[in-house]
Write a protein that binds this ligand. Structure first.
Ligand code: NAD
Length: 293
């Protein structure tokens, strides 16, 4: 049994903390939002009224927060309260630069650290089937792995500090671009009188195949479990796709990588959000292309 402080008990953090409790760990949680704390308490997480209360005797601290600035502010406070050797794991999706800063802060304080963002969404968080992409030292990864295995089914050590965040934004840039490509193809197919099923049957078994068509087809019918069959309820919200595409663009800019399609995808999702679609599944962007056609 490990004594864990879990900070950030929102849509993802709440169910992740619940799975750690189910596996027999002693989890004390903290969140600024009272309702999130109450919901976590109902799953067996002990609720702390202030951050420092959650940190008492914690061997591992897990953060699951919105953005890089939240992580840096909280890690600054956490590192003032925990003893040397404590392992800090951040599973939020944040920019690579902030992730590397957080590692450096932990290192200066004599603590172990891992960036370990996830994919798999709220469904994966509840089912304990997330994919974790981890960055940090071998020692940090080895310490975190048994806990990550409770919350996920695939755990990949991607490299040193920030490598988990780098893998996450590269993967999601591929996803954003490929979803747009698949949506454009279906809209073109419609204009050419091609049925959705015919295009799916060909593309899903030919060189056009990819996750966006085979598993998450953006039109209703061919893949019954895709959000297109459920009025584009997320799923994966367009606002979160936009967040990840913007993180990829920040990283491309600071590293000098040329990512023209990633830049275009970020602009298209920004427009889609501006039109009031941020809370819908990201595959609903097909409607924007259909309307513009
Ligand atoms: P969320 O907004 O539901 O949860 C974040 C929680 O952090 C909130 O409850 C908020 O109150 C809390 N918080 C913020 N500042 C705090 C502070 N100073 N102290 C304590 N608590 C604080 O977001 P989420 O959907 O759980 O996502 C969390 C992270 O995971 C994000 O970085 C997101 O990009 C990433 N992510 C989300 C999904 C998804 O499908 N929701 C999938 C993969 C990755």
């Amino acid at each position: 049994m490990t004594r864990i402080a879990f900070i950030g008990l929102g849509n993802m953090g709440g169910p992740m903390a619940a799975n750690l409790v189910k596996a027999g760990h002693d989890v004390v949680g903290f969140d600024l939002v009272h309702d999130a704390l109450k919901a976590a308490e109902a799953t067996g997480v002990k609720a702390a009224n202030v951050l420092t209360e959650a940190l008492v005797d914690a061997e591992v601290v897990i953060t699951m927060l919105p953005k890089g600035q939240h992580v840096l502010t909280l890690w600054t406070d956490i590192l003032l309260s925990v003893p040397k050797g404590t392992l800090l794991i951040d599973s939020s999706t944040i920019d690579v630069e902030s992730a590397r800063k957080a590692h450096a802060m932990a290192d200066d304080a004599g603590c172990l650290s891992l960036d370990a963002p996830v994919s798999g969404g709220t469904g994966g968080a509840a089912a304990g089937t997330l994919t974790f992409m981890a960055g940090g030292s071998q020692e940090s990864f080895a310490g975190a792995k048994p806990l990550l295995e409770v919350m996920g089914k695939k755990i990949v050590h991607c490299g040193d500090a920030g490598a988990g965040q780098a893998a996450k934004i590269c993967n999601n840039m591929i996803l954003g671009i490929s979803m747009i490509g698949v949506c454009e193809a279906f809209v073109l197919g419609e204009k050419l009188g091609l049925s959705h099923q015919a295009l799916f049957d060909v593309a899903s078994t030919s060189s056009g195949q990819c996750w966006s068509i085979n598993t998450y087809c953006p039109v209703p019918g061919p893949v019954p479990t895709s959000p297109a069959n459920n009025d584009y309820k997320p799923g994966f919200m367009a606002a979160l796709m936009l967040k990840d595409l913007r993180l990829a663009q920040e990283a491309a800019l600071s590293s000098g990588a040329s990512t023209p399609l990633g830049a275009e995808a970020a602009q298209l999702y920004a427009l889609f959000e501006k039109l009031g679609n941020g809370g819908r599944d990201f595959s609903a962007i097909i409607e924007m292309f259909r309307e513009a056609s």
